[in-house]
Design a protein around this ligand. Structure first.
Ligand code: SAH
Length: 219
């Protein structure tokens, strides 16, 4: 039997990826459009450029990873963003998820504990002309009290415990999405504010994220 051939051009690879995302349940048109117009190969290291359109996480500098496109789509969709939203992201990494968020919200605040990654991500935002991203080098587990409260919060590294400090920086009817768990596999949770200081929590699926680490890194 003939094997399915790998699509040849970057555009064909992108379209194959978009099809795979839709098939897995990423259906929000704004989220799909944001992914479609964000060149993931700008965010992957040279060694893995060829694999930029695969639906898989890939290694980046500082021992971190760029998230899998499906997970980026799923998490962005789970945030139920509106164009007026101010969003806080913990774990800038390559900046890929940040770029997607910036296309579907008003302002994105993003925190990274590796200065090297932060600088590289900032250069990419400039290349793409994304002017609504505000970066910070620091420990994201503390959130960004001076800019709180946020309409939405997205955590892109695994939280070992309940993200209480971050939940306290969410608007009463805000939404926070985070992988929570101590092991290599965590559950992706969606916290939705009930407007009265409480939250309803929904478990979306199992995910594998690098852990949130304390403090800032030296690199
Ligand atoms: N969204 C990123 C995923 C990066 S992986 C992307 O698509 O590329 C998770 C990132 O979280 C790593 O860059 C890691 O350095 C960062 N991180 C881990 N703990 C952190 C903390 N306490 N504060 C800020 N960033 C943190």
């Amino acid at each position: 039997m003939a094997q399915a051939r790998k699509p040849e051009t970057p555009e064909a690879r992108l379209q194959a990826l978009m099809k795979a995302l839709r098939a897995q349940g990423v259906t929000d048109p704004a989220v799909l459009a944001a992914i479609e117009k964000t060149p993931r190969d700008l965010f992957t290291p040279d060694l893995f450029k060829e694999r930029s359109w695969e639906d898989s996480a890939l290694p980046i500098a500082c021992g971190q990873t760029i998230s899998q496109p499906f997970i980026v789509g799923l998490m962005t969709q789970a945030l139920t963003l509106e164009p007026r939203c101010r969003v806080l992201e913990i774990g800038t990494g390559s900046g890929y998820q940040t770029a997607i968020l910036s296309r579907v919200s008003r302002l994105v605040y993003t925190i990274e504990r590796y200065r090297t990654l932060m600088k590289e991500a900032e250069a990419r935002f400039a290349t793409l002309g994304l002017t609504n991203v505000i970066t910070k080098f620091g420990d994201g587990w503390e959130g960004w009290p001076k800019q709180a409260p946020f309409d939405r919060i997205l955590v892109t590294a695994a939280a070992q415990d309940e993200p209480e400090t971050l939940l306290a920086q969410l608007k009463p009817q805000g939404v926070l999405v985070a992988p929570v768990g101590k092991g290599p596999v965590q559950s992706l949770r969606r916290y939705a504010g009930d407007g009265k200081g409480g939250f309803t929590v929904e478990v979306l699926c199992d995910v594998r994220f690098v852990p949130i680490l304390d403090g800032v890194a030296r690199e």
